[in-house]
Design a protein around this ligand. Structure first.
Ligand SMILES: [Zn+2]
Length: 315
């Protein structure tokens, strides 16, 4: 049994360790470019570190114009996480003009990009397999800049990866039960190419991988003709774009609009996609509930395991 003095010294050193850890964490300024990435960094960093997002929930990063306040945020940052793949076209100017000496971490490092019409599709986070690479990159960068937090960061990352893995298995199982002709989803802009590639879904979009250009009447007519040849398709509006185009396609094809997907930003507080994990589950459930109509239900195992992991995480 340890002596009283030994116990006291141990308790004191633990307390000092915690104080050092939390005061260090308070001093560390961690910034991420958009809400989805900020949430991932925050989950992995843990409660001791506050993560600031340049673009908030519900906002479109494709057409974002940084403010003077953003430049000040970046100037004071120790570490800045960006998606890369050309998503934040404004980020390199913002970082250089703010004269920041922050470590810049590209979360998509190591991911194989998908090309659409000669441009890199930046929406890599919409694949859970890629999400796990983001997690590894984020954990490595945080452990480098704050070695004293590395154990906690790696434990958080491990648990987070398990949750992503279970959601991934669940979606794979549910899609595998769908007939080939019931795997088409339409969204307003092309943000789900990586998700489509993971599970063999077909995503069609009247807009391209950016949100700033309107489709031509001819492109829209081709899309509508294509939709008339599939058995089941789900139409979705997105949180960052206007629903007008999707409503027009619905009225011309007779297909039902299945609600709203969250592609490039989390929901505003109180919405159904307040975290990356909630966003993935919300999108997958909404898409699959429509495509699954008429097919055999199943695949509950993954969801149960996921819920158990979530419970363990909350304890
Ligand atoms: Zn986008």
């Amino acid at each position: 049994m340890p002596s009283l003095r030994g116990t006291f010294v141990y308790a004191l050193s633990c307390a000092l360790g915690l104080v050092a850890q939390s005061s260090f964490a308070r001093e560390l300024s961690v910034v991420a470019s958009f809400s989805i990435l900020a949430d991932m960094v925050s989950e992995i960093a843990g409660e001791a570190i506050e993560v600031e997002s340049i673009i908030g929930p519900g906002a479109d990063a494709h057409i974002y114009q940084p403010s003077v306040a953003d430049a000040m945020t970046v100037a004071g940052a120790d570490i800045v996480f960006v998606n890369g793949f050309g998503f934040e076209t404004w980020a390199s100017n913002l970082i250089s003009e703010s004269a920041s000496d922050a470590v810049v971490v590209i979360a998509t490092e190591g991911i194989t990009p998908i090309e659409v019409d000669g441009s890199i599709d930046p929406h890599a986070w919409n694949s859970l397999k890629n999400g796990m690479i983001y997690v590894r990159n984020i954990a490595a960068a945080l452990s480098d800049i704050a070695p004293q937090l590395a154990d906690q960061v790696n434990a958080n990352a491990e648990l987070y990866m398990q949750r992503l893995e279970y959601i991934d298995q669940d979606i794979a199982c549910r899609v595998s039960r769908l007939p080939e002709s019931s795997r088409t989803v339409v969204t307003s802009h092309d943000a789900f190419g990586y998700l489509a590639a993971d599970y063999g879904l077909t995503f069609l979009a009247p807009k391209g991988i950016d949100t700033d250009a309107e489709p031509t009447a001819r492109a829209l007519a081709v899309l509508i003709k294509q939709l008339k040849n599939v058995d089941a398709a789900a139409l979705f509006a997105e949180n960052i774009t206007s629903p007008a185009l999707i409503n027009q396609i619905a009225s011309e094809t007779g297909l039902e609009v299945g609600g709203r997907l969250y592609s490039d930003a989390l929901s505003v507080p109180g919405g159904p996609a307040n975290s990356y994990v909630d966003m993935l589950r919300h999108n997958a459930n909404n898409i699959l509930e429509i495509l699954e109509r008429g097919s055999t239900p199943g695949c509950s195992e993954g969801r149960e395991i996921y819920d158990q992991t979530q419970l363990t995480a909350m304890e």
